[in-house]
Every structure is written in C-alpha cells, then in structure tokens.
Design a binder for this molecule. Structure first.
Ligand SMILES: O=C(O)[C@@H](CO)OP(=O)(O)O
Length: 432
C-alpha cells in the first residue's frame, strides 16, 4: 500500500477475525493435496489431525497453489519448492522468481550486458571460467538448459577455458538421472572443444554431501566441495566424469556421491581454481549457495581452513542474500521482494515468534522475509532455531525435530507474548 510516493504501513482490522488471539502459521513442507490414489502417500497415510481440522470447519478449509505461476515460476509445469512458496506466503504477493528472471535475461541476452558478466569476463583473456552448481533439470535450484545457454554465451563472449564443477541431484529429479545429465553436459563441452574452447568437467559430488549445505548446518559439506573445486583434491580421481558418477553410484545415490576430481594423464587435477580465474555459481536459488558464496567472497573467514584463498572474480547467478549483499557481483538481479508481511506486522505492533530446525530455519525467517537475513525489529520478533541432526539422512530419521518445534510453538502461544507464531516442519518432505 503506497500513498503519495510513501509506503503506508497501516493495516486495517480484519472484518471477521477477532483481535487479541494468537495466529498460528504452520508450514508443512512436502504436504499437499493430489489425486487420491494408492500412489499418494498423504492420502494413504493415517492423518487424524489434518482430518479433524478439515472436517471440523469445512467452511474455513482452503487450498492454496504452491507451484507454477501461482508462486512466480516460469510455467505451470514447474514444481513448487520452499523458496518460492515461503517467499510468496511471507510477502503475500507473487514475484517473478529467480528461475524466470534468469530465463528472461538469457533469452534477451541482457545477462551478457550486465555489470556482473562484464566483471567476470575481465578474466577470460588469461584465466579460466569456472561454473559451479547443481546439474539437473529439476528447476528448483538451477536448470540444465540455463547452464547450457550460459556455456554457449560465455564462449561466444570470449571465455577460452571453461571448467564445470557439477553437483549431482537425485532429490528434485529421479535418483540415477545424474548419469544422463553428465553425458549431456559432456556432449555440450565436446562441441565447445570442436570450436576451440578448452572446456571440461573438473570436479563433482552429490549435492547433500558436497557444497550444498544450508543455514550453516554443516560446514564440512562446503569444505569437501572447496577441496575438490578450488584445491583440486578429493578422495576419488577419474579421467572421465561419466565414469566417475557410474562408479561412485555403486556405493551412494546421486544426492550423496562423494567428491571427485577429474585428472589428466599425469594424474593432475584439470581444473583447480587459481588466482586470476572467474567463478560463477549458477544456481539461482539462494539457500544452498550462501555458504559457498561466503567462502568464495569473504577475506575474513573462519569456518574451515581454505588452505588457499584465490584472488578470483566471483559472481552468483543471482545475489543470494539481499541483507548481506552476498555475493556482491551477480549476473541477474534477484526479485526485489519488499514490504513483506513481517515488516507490516512490526510496523503495526504485532509480535511474531518463528521457529524451525536448522535445515528449515531460513525458510520461516530468510525466505519468509523476502530473502533477507536478520530481524526487522528485534524487540518485536523472536526467531528460535533448533539444531538439526548432523550425520544422519532424513529419510532414516524423518520425524526430524518436529516434536521440539511443536513444544517451542506451544510454549510461545501459552506465553501470551506473541500475536503470530510461525513454525516450519520438514517432516512430510522426508517421508516421500
Ligand atoms: O532440499 C532442498 O533444497 C529443496 C529441494 O531441492 O527442498 P525445499 O524446497 O523443501 O527446501
């Protein structure tokens, strides 16, 4: 709501909802309504609490769309995910999301005219361009077709030596699909080589074990990636990435492949990141790139021993954290999500409590507040993070921290100190 160029933060009273009662917002990641058949695990499961809520007040039961254009994704076929869902719920409005903004920038060629691309292209003459990101067509964190366009565009704009550091998926797409994605990428890189570009895959690993941790749950994950991508060191060495993925899949699924590096005939890593190189993290989604962005960008950094901190030109596909302005260079401007519900509430004296466990914590704070870390007004908000389990995969422990989060929410409601209590539960997502 704006008046004469200025934002008016005033909220009108709700016509029906009584004042003075606490509102509970419970986000069930992975819960949804779909065709009621035997393949629908939510339909098949015993769900007494949800059933009683639905049957207890059918006139108040509403369904909301959490995928496709309803949450700012490019097409109706795009599946929803936590970033876009929490962004849309927290803002109460639909914004064109990262995936779409990158599509537009690539289609129009504007990506190559921006400051971010100009900055990295200064390294093309003497250095290598490294592209690091999730290799799949899942469309949640990144998309293969965007990487393909970027590879072509970068070489057309002068990149002579390119190294790709792949993270295999198997979470937003079928397990085992990584082999096909790596084969596709290898074909693209072979075509670039025919055109005289020295282009190769340099390293890899599974997204959940290498690089793509989030909310600082486990820095070892980022360190494993750093060692392979920057230092060119990993426990597994191969001369060919397809062979690497096939071999490592014998003992792990796509999400958890151990790190590997590609070496030449002299067993030397083909693509460590060194002084003078350019690096682009090509994921558009923020949460699982912020930690690597910190390691690549921050001079002062104590989360793990980087051994070397190369002087590089680094750009994110997008800026991942609007508050930290991280990374400072990026290829595409992120959606400017402003005037989120949290900001309105603090302006109206409404107190919020938000709680989740580490791996979902930023969903109900950072994503909810429009990809901003921190509080709007600390005296009116309390954010509680319950440490997630480390070293155990959630399919083995799907209840995650649901009980602890529930207890905190109960205490917050009973304390009478809050008007809104937001909780994020990841449990349903991991029972899939
Ligand atoms: O784990 C994640 O990163 C995504 C799936 O890629 O899940 P969610 O959107 O629920 O966070």
């Amino acid at each position: 709501m704006r008046s004469s160029g200025q934002v008016s933060w005033r909220l009108e009273d709700h016509p029906k909802l009584p004042k003075g009662k606490t509102v509970a917002v419970v986000v069930l990641d992975g819960w949804g309504e779909n065709k009621p058949d035997e393949f629908n695990c939510i339909h098949v499961a015993q769900t007494p609490t949800m059933d009683s809520l639905k049957q207890g007040a059918p006139e108040k039961w509403r369904l909301i769309r959490a995928h496709g254009t309803a949450v700012g994704l490019p097409t109706e076929d795009d599946m929803g995910n936590s970033e876009v869902g929490h962004n849309a719920l927290g803002a109460g409005r639909i914004y064109a999301q990262g995936a779409k903004l990158v599509d537009l920038a690539l289609a129009s060629g504007k990506i190559y005219e921006g400051e971010g691309f100009k900055y990295i292209s200064e390294s093309f003459e003497k250095g290598t361009l490294h592209l690091i990101g999730l290799l799949s067509d899942g469309g949640v964190h990144s998309r293969l077709d965007q990487l393909q366009l970027l590879l072509k565009g970068a070489s057309d704009h002068g990149a002579k030596r390119i190294r790709v550091h792949v993270l295999t998926d198997g979470r937003d797409v079928l397990d085992g699909s990584s082999i096909g994605f790596v084969e596709t990428l290898e074909n693209d890189l072979a075509k670039l080589r025919e055109k005289g570009v020295d282009a190769q895959i340099a390293s890899g690993g599974g997204r959940m074990y290498v690089t793509m941790d989030r909310y600082e749950n486990d820095w070892n994950v980022v360190k494993r990636g750093w060692d392979a991508q920057v230092l060119g060191e990993a426990p597994h060495k191969f001369t060919n990435a397809v062979e690497a993925v096939k071999k490592l899949r014998e003992n792990a699924n796509d999400q958890y492949l151990p790190p590997f590096v590609i070496v030449d005939e002299n067993k030397k890593a083909v693509g460590p990141i060194v002084d003078g190189d350019a690096v682009v993290t090509f994921n558009f989604r923020a949460d699982r790139m912020v930690m690597l962005a910190k390691a690549l960008e921050y001079e002062d950094f104590d989360k793990f021993d980087r051994v070397r901190f190369p002087k590089i030109r680094y750009a994110g596909m997008l800026q991942y954290d609007g508050e930290l302005k991280l990374p400072s260079c990026y290829l595409v401007s992120p959606p400017e999500i402003e005037r989120t519900s949290g900001e309105y509430l603090v302006h109206n004296g409404i107190r919020t409590f938000a709680c989740s466990e580490t791996v979902k914590f930023g969903h109900v704070t950072f994503f909810w507040n429009g990809n901003r870390s921190g509080y709007f007004k600390p005296e009116m908000e309390e954010y509680v993070e319950i440490p997630s389990d480390i070293g155990i995969t959630f399919n083995v422990q799907p209840k995650m921290k649901a009980l602890e989060i529930g207890e905190k929410a109960r205490d917050a409601i009973l304390s009478g100190k809050f008007d809104q209590v937001i909780n994020g539960l990841g449990t349903c997502e991991h029972t899939k």
